[in-house]
Design a protein around this ligand. Structure first.
Ligand SMILES: NC(=O)c1ccc[n+]([C@@H]2O[C@H](COP(=O)([O-])OP(=O)(O)OC[C@H]3O[C@@H](n4cnc5c(N)ncnc54)[C@H](OP(=O)(O)O)[C@@H]3O)[C@@H](O)[C@H]2O)c1
Length: 261
């Protein structure tokens, strides 16, 4: 199911495309199907994987690593030279340093904790700083990021990322507060586990499958969330159809988090 006109004449950037089995790629594909011009941003190490995917989708590419703020400034400068405005920005970044989730939460080092927060949360603020001049030229500018239930509740094997997602949810609200008067709407989509390469890497294949099976059993809809569910909600939130909705989190989980027993 596509909505070919919803993003017609919209231009956006997807920050964080790792490959075919990632949310960023599926979002970019859905945005293209809805008629948007899309630039996908990825790290240099992913060039060989992302280049053919981007060209198959008809997306432009930009390389940047958020550990280097000058590179971010440069990348958004380049986006500004290519296109005079941006209508939407989707932020998908997450970074989990090796071994962090195997430690007790009380044993996280300052650099490990800082790295998770820097890439997961501050990158959104930095991206918005450099994107703002371009977003302000849009008649319906939108910023969207991705949350997970681990930011609201304690989930096994997820602590540092869960703490980061809680902070990211707060960052969305403060961005919404600050950018609202400028017309920029800032929202998030929260979803339960999708079988991405990163999910398998971080929590393991077995736990990914077990968790999805448990979610399917308890969701009101009796199924786990898939890429298309997430991509469709993202398409709505980056589109001009979303009006006067900001600081909001849309839960895409078949009602799982709305139930109790
Ligand atoms: N998978 C799930 O079930 C699930 C559930 C709820 C929420 N989410 C959220 O959805 C988002 C995407 O998840 P995913 O599973 O699709 O993972 P993913 O493909 O690994 O997406 C994360 C992206 O962040 C990028 N990144 C990390 N550090 C970076 C840096 N320093 N500079 C620039 N980019 C950097 C990664 O690049 P590299 O590929 O180069 O590392 C990758 O493209 C994440 O925010 C995740 O927390 C996922």
């Amino acid at each position: 199911m596509t909505h070919p006109q919803l993003l017609a004449s919209r231009r956006g950037v997807v920050l964080g495309v790792s490959g075919e089995n990632g949310v960023g790629f599926h979002a970019a594909r859905a945005f293209r199907a809805a008629g948007a011009e899309v630039t996908v941003a990825h790290r240099e190490a992913r060039r060989e994987v992302v280049t053919p995917l981007a060209s198959a989708l008809g997306c432009e590419r930009i390389e940047l690593d958020f550990r280097d703020e000058r590179a971010v400034a440069h990348a958004f400068g380049e986006l500004g030279r290519r296109h005079e405005r941006l209508d939407f920005l989707l932020h998908t970044l997450v970074h989990v340093p090796d071994g962090v989730l195997e430690k007790p939460v009380t044993e996280l080092s300052a650099p490990e904790f800082a790295e998770v927060l820097e890439i997961g949360v501050r990158s959104l603020l930095v991206a918005c700083r450099y994107a703002l001049p371009l977003l302000r030229r849009s008649d319906a500018p939108r910023v969207v990021t991705l949350l997970s239930p681990g930011g609201d509740r304690a989930v096994p094997h997820y602590h540092a990322v869960g703490i980061m997602k809680g902070a990211l949810a707060a960052a969305v609200r403060y961005l919404a507060l600050e950018l609202g008067p400028l017309g920029v709407l800032c929202n998030a989509v929260s979803f339960s586990i999708v079988d991405t390469d990163a999910a398998r890497r971080v929590i393991g294949e077995e736990l990914t499958h077990k968790t999805r099976a448990a979610l399917a059993k308890r969701a009101f809809t009796r199924r786990a969330t898939d890429y298309d569910d997430v991509a469709r909600s993202l398409t709505y939130l980056v589109s001009p159809l979303a009006t006067n909705v900001t600081g909001e989190t849309l839960h895409v989980d078949g009602g799982f988090s709305r139930g109790y027993l």
